[in-house]
Design a binder for this molecule. Structure first.
Ligand code: FES
Length: 117
């Protein structure tokens, strides 16, 4: 299943937007981010405990904007790869949501499954 989740010019660098996507036959929350002008999207599920990363709604970036942070135990993920570089799930990665640009829209594809769940 694919879904238009934003306009290409909707998010400025440092901004994020949540959306729903089908994952393994289940609708899950995901988020789109603009990191240095590049768009990436991930399922909103920490690789430590399977829960959302944001406590404050739609607040994913660290204050300095360099990492995506899990609010529960403070894990740091690289925005451009989803890889966890500090915290309990270190070495694991967020589940990437594939994106395509079509007619000025950002189209999200269903991600695959979590590797070890
Ligand atoms: S739930 Fe995310 S670091 Fe523990």
């Amino acid at each position: 299943m694919r879904r238009v989740v934003a306009r290409t010019d909707e998010l400025a660098p440092g901004q994020t937007k949540k959306f729903l996507i089908d994952c393994d036959g289940e609708e899950v929350e995901a988020f789109l981010l603009n990191y240095g002008g590049e768009l990436h999207a991930y399922v909103n599920r920490c690789r430590h405990v399977p829960m959302g990363l944001d406590w404050v709604e739609n607040q994913f970036f660290t204050e300095d904007g360099r990492f995506v942070q899990c609010a529960t135990h403070g894990a740091y993920y690289r925005p451009e790869t989803g890889e966890c570089v500090a915290g309990p799930p270190c070495g694991r990665s967020l589940l990437r949501v594939p994106l395509h640009i079509e007619d000025g829209g950002v189209v999200a594809e269903s991600p695959g499954s979590f590797p070890d769940e």
